[in-house]
Design a protein around this ligand. Structure first.
Ligand code: 13P
Ligand code: SF4
Length: 308
């Protein structure tokens, strides 16, 4: 079966839109109607007039799309495509934590479950985190969850003293400092760019720190330079497609990692076959409790409003 042809046929037949994250495999990025970072994807999910949103990403992203477009069918190619960061923040424990600090504004990174979003005052992504934190009056204390690495980066950039949840992304903690130094010694003219989910010692080596879209835009603006890219390696597909003459290599991962660079096995659970199957069967569908949708929508909408 020609999967590209069949997926395109189903797209028309079902008035579906395929939204894909930059960490998806190249073939999925190439067939998507829109490829973007978490903020761009949620903006597209909020404004689409398609009947079906096919979310080529991970569960929390598809869930965010469902919260923003509850009347639409939202499908995810593989329901097991989760996220270590989202998993590091269980709702019961987080609720206890927020209750123990009742005077705090709760800012949550979008990489969390709908239940956690429902316990939040405002959501952020890596591309607007600094802006969202800076929007909170200086005398108001902040809880930031679930990513401690992004949280530390925000604290360093804004000087705000936030209470951090102890969560992290396995993919962005897999980079090897020793291998990165060795690679940079071999290629001293390569600039290191990094995603803020990476650990502080990696971020300290970077010329630029930003979201996946931010990193792509930075390379676009500096195409004559060479890059070591410290985020999930799938991003190199789009970078190389858009900047074919720019030299770039993924940042190396630790010895015990499953591959030489860092890949998100959750993101890579989605395949072209599963993409086709989920469109054909309209399953697996993302379902979110209407009461949770009601509470989780306001903090996401607050973020979208501040990101215009
Ligand atoms: P962004 O694409 O928003 O930078 O997020 C990266 C990420 O880890 C998504 O899971
Ligand atoms: Fe979650 Fe990290 Fe994978 Fe993003 S890269 S989906 S934060 S595990």
């Amino acid at each position: 079966m020609d999967l590209v042809k069949e997926i395109n046929r189903l797209k028309k037949e079902k008035n579906a839109v395929i939204l894909a994250h930059y960490y998806q495999i190249g073939e999925i990025q190439d067939i998507a109607d829109y490829v973007g970072d978490s903020l761009g994807l949620s903006q597209k999910a909020a404004e689409t007039d398609a009947d079906m949103i096919v979310f080529a990403g991970v569960h929390f992203m598809a869930e965010t799309a469902k919260i923003l477009s509850p009347d639409k069918t939202v499908v995810l190619p593989d329901l097991n495509a989760g996220c270590s960061l989202a998993d590091s923040c269980p709702p019961d424990a987080f609720e206890k934590f927020t209750k123990a600090h009742p005077n705090h504004v709760v800012i949550t990174y979008v990489n969390c479950s709908a239940e956690i979003k429902a316990l939040s005052d405002i959501v952020c992504t890596s591309s607007n985190a600094l802006k969202i934190v800076n929007s909170i009056p200086k005398d108001v204390p902040i809880i930031f969850a679930p990513d401690k690495n992004l949280g530390r980066y925000i604290i360093n950039e804004t000087g705000r003293d936030m209470l951090l949840w102890d969560g992290s992304c396995v993919v962005h903690e897999a980079f090897s400092m020793d291998k990165l130094i060795a690679l940079h010694k071999k290629h001293p003219d390569y600039k290191i760019i990094a995603h803020p989910e990476s650990e502080t010692h990696i971020l300290n080596t970077a010329t630029y720190i930003g979201s996946t879209s931010g990193m792509i835009n930075y390379v676009k603006a500096h195409q004559d330079q060479k890059f070591i890219v410290a985020t999930e390696a799938g991003i190199l597909h789009k970078m190389q497609q858009e900047m074919p003459n720019t030299e770039m290599v993924p940042a190396p991962a630790k010895e015990d990692n499953t591959c030489a660079c860092s890949e998100c096995h959750f993101m890579k659970m989605n395949t072209m076959q599963k993409l086709y199957d989920c469109m054909l069967n309209e399953s697996p569908k993302i379902e979110v409790d209407p009461a949770i949708i009601k509470r989780a929508l306001a903090p996401i909408e607050r973020m979208l409003e501040l990101s215009k």
